[in-house]
Design a binder for this molecule. Structure first.
Ligand SMILES: Nc1ncnc2c1ncn2[C@@H]1O[C@H](COP(=O)(O)OP(=O)(O)O)[C@@H](O)[C@H]1O
Ligand SMILES: CC(=O)N[C@@H](CCC(=O)OP(=O)(O)O)C(=O)O
Length: 266
């Protein structure tokens, strides 16, 4: 079996027209598929409106008790259910879930080292049998960025990590392609210039560009997760603009392809 894991980020979700356009492309995407969504932008806005200021370190949110309540309401509630309803409107039999539902994603509260991330979960297990059953039934799983520790505690987990761990876990049983869709054309040399795409990136180039601060903030978890997935058996990983998703599916040049072998950038 082949399956595509498609992740959509908060900068697209936050614009209703862009989200609708993306969901139409997602609906046309061929084959078995799973949608993983973030929603960080909306969570930050909701938090701010309630006097809870967002705090991010390297693209990951410090999650205190109040923040956990906000992200749960925003990711598992509003965004997840809106996406499911829209997909149902596009004849996709979508089923929205957190990691707690059907014990889909079990995680462990991140241990405190130099930084205390609070209620942030690092993924320990994905219920791939359940996902496979859903895929067999032609259901389209829609997974948000909330996981649980199987002791009654919800945890906030970066959506890029969720997509990568689902992809990695399923790759033990099937061929998996992973697509990170966001609001820019790919990994860029100049973040403000969509035509400065790096078409191929490996870990050496990533390390160099991170050191030079060309790659920073939310692109760090995306690339960490992209390399982790490839190194653990995922067939192909792509990062690019949401509107280019179908080009990527057809193998046409667009966005950034992730690879593990070495080559020179210059
Ligand atoms: N080299 C880079 N190329 C593209 N984006 C970058 C780069 N370095 C940092 N970024 C930032 O990373 C962001 C993507 O991360 P994030 O906001 O977490 O994505 P998502 O929309 O998927 O949630 C971009 O919007 C951009 O601001
Ligand atoms: C721990 C952590 O950072 N969780 C993320 C989960 C949402 C997310 O990843 O959203 P985007 O894909 O829109 O960035 C957060 O709360 O921002």
């Amino acid at each position: 079996m082949n399956v595509s894991i498609i992740k959509i980020g908060g900068n697209v979700i936050d614009f209703p027209e862009k989200l609708d356009e993306f969901l139409e492309l997602f609906a046309q995407f061929p084959g078995k598929k799973i949608l993983v969504h973030g929603g960080g932008v909306m969570a930050s806005k909701f938090g701010e409106s309630m006097g809870v200021m967002p705090q991010m370190i390297d693209g990951r949110r410090i999650t205190d008790k109040d923040t956990l309540e906000i992200v749960t309401m925003v990711y598992a509630g509003l965004i997840n259910k809106q996406i499911v309803a829209k997909l149902q409107g596009l004849d996709q039999n979508a089923l929205g879930m957190t990691g707690a539902d059907a014990n889909l994603i079990q995680s462990r509260k991140r241990p405190v080292k130099s930084i205390d991330y609070g209620y942030v979960g690092d993924i320990e297990n994905v219920n791939i049998d359940f996902l496979q059953n859903l895929l067999d039934e032609d259901i389209v799983p829609v997974v948000c960025a909330i996981t649980h520790d199987k002791k009654g505690q919800l945890l906030n987990t970066n959506a890029d990590s969720i997509a990568s761990e689902i992809a990695t876990s399923l790759s033990k049983k099937m061929t998996v392609n992973l697509y990170f869709c966001f609001n820019k054309a790919g990994v860029l040399i100049d973040e403000k210039n969509d035509s400065s795409i790096i078409p191929l990136i490996n870990e050496d180039i990533y390390a160099e560009l991170k050191k030079e601060n060309v790659i920073h903030s939310g692109m760090i978890p995306k690339l960490d997760n992209a390399f982790a997935a490839l190194n653990k058996g995922v067939n192909h990983v792509w990062i690019g603009k949401a509107e280019n998703l179908l080009f990527a599916a057809k193998g046409k040049v667009s966005g950034t392809n992730i690879e593990t072998h070495k080559y020179d950038l210059y």
